[in-house]
Design a protein. Structure first.
Length: 115
């Protein structure tokens, strides 16, 4: 059974930082692309950042230079370091793993950026 468990969300002031973690089980982690998506009220779920099995990354334009995605294959974990957070980053953040037609989601973690 595949499980993706996110952690690290919370309330932070504008300009602050958070690090999200996603621990995976039930998959050969190193062979999967991993991604972070977010869903804000009234909007669709959008890609934030993605890291492929070979380590290449891509980011949404809105987070480039502020967010960093990285993975630790030994720990079956993917991270999202979020710096210089803005109120518009407020959303539920979801972890995703994908390989071919296999696609799995975590339960989401809330990130709220507010003073």
């Amino acid at each position: 059974q595949v499980q993706l468990v996110e952690s690290g969300g919370g309330l932070v002031q504008p300009g602050g930082s958070l690090r999200l973690s996603c621990a995976a089980s039930g998959i050969i982690f190193s062979s999967y692309a991993m991604g972070w998506y977010r869903l804000a009220p009234g909007k669709q779920r959008d890609l934030v950042a993605r890291i492929s099995s070979d380590g290449s990354t891509n980011y949404a334009d809105s987070v480039k230079g502020r967010f960093t995605i990285y993975r630790d294959n030994a720990k079956n974990t993917v991270y999202l370091q979020m710096n210089s957070l803005k109120p518009e980053d407020t959303a539920v953040y979801y972890c995703n793993c994908q390989r071919g037609f296999w696609n799995y989601w975590g339960q989401g973690t809330q990130v709220t950026v507010s003073s």
